[in-house]
Design a protein around this ligand. Sequence first.
Ligand code: FES
Length: 176
Amino acid sequence: MSAQTSVNSPERSSGQAVDQRAKMLERAMSRHHYAGDALLEVLHTAQELYGYLSPGLLREIARKLRLPPSHVYGVATFYHFFTLQPRGEHTVMVCMGTACYVKGALGLLEVLERRCARAGSTSPDGKVSVGTARCVGACGLAPVIVWDGEILGRVTPQELNRRLDALAVAEVRDDG
Ligand code: FES
């Protein structure tokens, strides 16, 4: 019976939308009979619905699927396609593969970490999520970043700064 109560997400901003998402997640778990081995699929659904897997959401899923919270957390952090923090409006990944590293990927990452957030997190203003990737298969264009899913090659720190300026990302602003 307890498995039928709705998921209480920590995000309660818009009640109606939250209810809908909770119901849809509940339906997904119900479809799998609240079986623990459906964890991956349930996590996928939860991320699609909420955009990220908050600690509260993970706890709730663990409870519903009758799994140890540590196991659920472990699975969510093991797979790189799950994110435990809200995503920003834009996602910028820096390729840290060998070719890109040699051509200055670290400098690009430094720009992002200075202006936005550390790799794996989102800027405080919610505009940019920063990440790193292994070789994305465009080594001839090194250094490469993936900006909202689009591969950009031979990126310089200056160009990256310009792009961040265009988003009005805080910090380093030359207001006069
Ligand atoms: S190392 Fe960056 S694309 Fe291959």
